[in-house]
Design a protein around this ligand. Sequence first.
Ligand code: PMP
Length: 394
Amino acid sequence: MPQSLARRMDGLRSSAIRDLLTLTARPDVVSLAGGLPDPEFIPRERIRKEAELALADPASVQYGETTGLRKLRDVLAAREGAKIGRPLDAADVVVTHGSQQALSLLAQVLLDPGDVVIVEEPAYTGALQVFRAAEADVRSVPLDADGMNTAALQGLLDSGLRPAVVHTVSNFHNPRGVVLTAGRREHLAALADRYGFWVIEDDPYGELFFDGPPPAPVAALSDRVIRLSSASKILAPALRVGWLHGDRRVCEAVELLKQGADLCGSSLTHQIAAGLLSDEPWLDLHLEMLRARYGSRARALADGVASTFGDRAGVSSAVGGMFCWTEFADSGLDTAALLQTAVEHGVAFVPGSAFGVAAEHRSALRLCFATCSEDVLTGAAARLGDAYAGHTQS
Ligand code: PMP
């Protein structure tokens, strides 16, 4: 008998972005492809000090509670409670191995095979992978400059579609960079209450705002929202500290599944994250630094793309997060083919098609401004211009 894999593996593909990261690791290529924080901005010295402190405590090298270190859940409950405007308890929070694990566990908790999940179009590829692995029927509603088009969502609901879950990256969307407006947050929350679906509010970028903070989370507006966030973009991805909060029953079900998934997270990195997140004066300064530095990079990249392409491309005005979405006026352009030429010219990006569900986004691409300095970004925009000229002439 030939060995076979489970049926759920049939529809799964490797993440185009993870594959690209290996392709573009060449030192002569400026990669705007990954969504990586600049290592220079990762507070390694503070992490080292917190690690030393933590190691003095034998509990930091031991198994811990499945829901995460109590001290960390206390800090997170306080921070998240302040965001949603009502007090949260440590028992309302589950710490996960990055917010990606929260997504993965939630898919198992909330979805049966064939259940409908609605994502934004274009979508976060990590969410697509998770929902496909859960054998969900993945549909999409378009995004525009105001975030998820909730009128389009309402249209689907009016036509009889009954999703189990709606996934939204409410702040500084990956890949589109946009923010869901306050009005649409209210509309989404009202639809969730009326139709009884769960909203997964996936928010790893909300602290990285350049002009002003985003509106209150969707989780402030409905009990049907499970909110996810992460230390990856503000402290370090390698801590693998993410978290979720929301309905107690859902949290308990996540805990049950997490027992089987990994027993518990890393007591050591939980201690480190708790130390950093509870030092408010330090954290405030650190976040201010990130907002200023990433904001300046976002402007350098957007200006570079705008001056290189003029009206041949539209670039999203980056108001936070890590990404600029660029859409070329030439709708016949295939950015996946352009990528080959771009790598030859020493610059890499993620083609829009990587984020497509029902649409292809073939003439769009995602650029990450977080990892490179302003000068390098300006140079990368010029390289992209050369690649475009070479590609469209050939
Ligand atoms: N959600 C979104 C929208 C993301 O962009 C990412 C990281 N790329 C994640 C979740 C997962 O991040 P982590 O597991 O590092 O918290």
